[in-house]
Design a protein around this ligand. Structure first.
Ligand code: FES
Length: 275
């Protein structure tokens, strides 16, 4: 059993929890994820690690309530326990001094971008971060992202905070302003349409772009095949080969179709849960 040490509510649907999980905290690296199960009969859901503290033995997760399990998770409080908390899973982010890197975080994708941006900055990169959300109430960790970035841009889809527009608008502006040859790498994490749109922008400039895919998962160890995705014409498993891939090689249309496979069942489970 894994104790929830702290809970922060960023909005009615976006929440942060600090979980006591010393063995996960000891070994995890930026870019990796955990699979948790709230109780014995519960669904297994993957969540990318948002932060970790090796000394305290804690893992921070940030999640948006989109279905039955995340909604149930959101009802737990500090002092409650989670049945399973398995990790670290997946391949860590590749960190080196690339030069200038743009880190893009959309919605809850801001959370997994944070430890990667921090590691990239520590490795000597000039880190330009762009964070965005649909509206001000869904935006979080502006202060934390500012701490680990050389420059930070903030945007909201509806213009309720800082500026109106998508992260892709800012991405394009920054590339135009700095010059394509001065950007070594782009990292984009967020909803699938956002990551796909970022890749569409950077493809035109020929800038390598890494995305972190949020596929459906069951075992998280490469055995069930649930998380398969086509990258560069080859079948890859997000849980062991990823979650990060070259975004220009990802078949996003197939990923979107596969992600929607159980939408009707997910909706029914949510309705049963809320009734
Ligand atoms: Fe089963 Fe990846 S979740 S193979």
């Amino acid at each position: 059993m894994f104790k929830i040490l702290d809970k922060q509510v960023f909005s009615p649907v976006v929440k942060q929890m600090v979980i006591e999980a010393p063995r996960v905290a000891r070994r995890c690296q930026p870019g990796q994820f955990v699979i948790l199960r709230i109780h014995e009969e519960g669904e297994r859901i993957p969540l990318t690690i948002a932060d970790f503290d090796r000394e305290k033995g804690t893992i921070t997760i940030v999640f948006q309530e989109v279905g039955k399990t995340t909604r149930q998770l959101g009802t737990l409080e500090a002092g409650d326990y989670i049945r399973d908390f398995v990790g670290p899973l997946g391949t860590p982010s590749h960190i080196e001094n690339f030069g200038t890197v743009i880190c893009v975080g959309g919605g809850v994708g801001i959370a997994p971008v944070f430890p990667i941006a921090r590691a990239l900055k520590e490795a000597g990169n000039h880190v330009i971060s762009i964070i965005g959300a649909r509206s001000k109430d869904l935006l979080f960790w502006e202060d934390r992202m500012r701490e680990v970035s050389s420059e930070l841009f903030v945007t909201t889809d509806d213009g309720s905070y800082v500026r109106k527009g998508f992260v892709t608008d800012v991405l394009k502006e920054v590339i135009e302003d700095r010059g394509r040859d001065n950007i070594s790498l782009v990292l984009a994490i967020g909803p699938q349409p956002m990551m796909r749109a970022c890749c569409d922008v950077t493809r035109d400039y020929g800038i390598k772009t890494i995305v972190s895919l949020n596929a459906l998962m069951v075992d998280g160890t490469g055995m069930c095949g649930c998380c398969r995705v086509t990258v560069g014409g080859q079948t890859r498993f997000v849980c062991v080969d990823g979650p990060e891939f070259d975004g220009h090689q990802v078949d996003f249309a197939e990923l979107a179709r596969r992600s929607a496979t159980f939408r009707a069942e997910e909706q029914r489970a949510l309705e049963r849960h809320t009734c």
